[in-house]
Unconditional design. Structure first.
Length: 187
């Protein structure tokens, strides 16, 4: 869909993890500066896409249009628990069909995880916003992308024709930054 801009968002530890071994984002990976950046991005997005374990827990979350990636439905279905959400099984329907079913055919789509959902869009991102917390390590944690920690998140993004832009400081006291990884041309 040429009218959709696809952006990814994740914060990772120094070892490329987005959650602990329990699949939950630990408090040591939560920073006010990153939270403000993430919240503002989601407030601007027209549609949020995530797996069933990757929901943002913010006051505005119930007001956002979203697609929840799941194998619990054959193709597409309304979410019985959230009138602003639909359930999408990528094996049964194309992404474009899911967007249309959600009522969004133009604007910005924010992909917020988990790892398999991030991987589905690797060749479609216009920008991937990689926040990094270099002072945090999560041994045995949940990697941000398939292939981590064998490869770094940066190596994986570069392998999918994304190039880093200028990093921006989000939390100086903890050296937390966000780097936009940009696609030179849309494919």
């Amino acid at each position: 869909m040429a009218d959709l801009t696809i952006e990814g968002y994740v914060i990772v530890s120094a070892d490329g993890m987005l959650a602990g071994a329990d699949r939950v984002m630990p408090d040591v990976l939560k920073f006010k500066g990153d939270e403000r950046f993430f919240t503002a991005a989601l407030d601007r997005a027209d549609l949020i896409v995530h797996g069933r374990h990757s929901q943002e827990q913010q006051p505005n979350a119930p007001m956002r249009n979203r697609i929840i990636v799941t194998h619990a439905v054959a193709a597409l279905a309304p979410d019985p628990d959230n009138p602003k959400a639909i359930l999408w099984n990528p094996s049964g329907a194309r992404f474009e069909d899911a967007c249309a079913f959600a009522g969004v055919t133009s604007g910005t789509v924010a992909i917020i995880g988990g790892p398999d959902v991030f991987a589905m869009f690797m060749d479609r991102y216009d920008t991937f916003w990689l926040s990094q917390a270099p002072g945090v390590r999560l041994p045995g944690g949940k990697p941000c992308f398939p292939g981590v920690p064998g490869r770094s998140p940066q190596d994986i993004l570069a392998a999918h024709a994304l190039k880093p832009g200028a990093a921006r400081m989000l939390e100086p006291a903890h050296d937390v930054t966000v780097t936009p990884w940009l696609r030179a041309t849309k494919s």
